[in-house]
Ligand binder design. Structure first.
Ligand code: ZN
Ligand code: ZN
Length: 149
């Protein structure tokens, strides 16, 4: 199976088809809007694309836009269309995967800063304040961790 990007004019967006044999011409119909197009391959130029013109008139042949070679389409060409699935683009919000290890790191840094501050204060009141600060900070980080999960 190979996939080809195909532009759907009806949906005005990029879609995709899946084909077994990329050399074989395929008749493409959009699953969403019914837009018809083709994916054909010119072996001389080694280029492929939506080269069949006026596909609504069901032409039996097509010509390469590059070398003008004429190619016959197989008799079952229009009987076996390939589905074009033009998915609605899911606009990915900037949702970074939540990584709890970042939070743990931040918590540890906070505790270390707190402990460092402890070594600098001489008064009991200052030490108590910092301990309370550390406890509140850790509790706050645990709370964030809980709501982010
Ligand atoms: Zn479409
Ligand atoms: Zn060609």
């Amino acid at each position: 199976m190979e996939s080809f990007p195909i532009w759907c004019d009806g949906c005005n967006q990029q879609g995709k088809i899946f084909v077994n044999n990329p050399d074989k011409p395929v008749f493409v119909i959009c699953k969403n809007c019914g837009y018809e197009t083709s994916q054909v391959w010119c072996p001389k130029c080694e280029i492929g694309g939506e080269f069949i013109e006026k596909i609504s008139e069901r032409p039996k042949e097509w010509s390469c836009p590059n070398c003008n070679s004429q190619y016959m389409l197989p008799s079952d060409f229009y009987i076996k269309p390939v589905e074009l699935s033009a998915q609605r683009k899911s606009w990915k919000k900037n949702t970074k995967e939540y990584d709890p290890s970042n939070l743990i790191r931040l918590t540890l840094i906070g505790i270390i800063i707190g402990l460092f501050l402890l070594t600098t204060v001489k008064s009991v009141f200052g030490a108590v304040t910092i301990w309370v600060g550390i406890v509140v900070f850790v509790a706050f980080m645990l709370y964030i961790n809980k709501i982010k999960k």
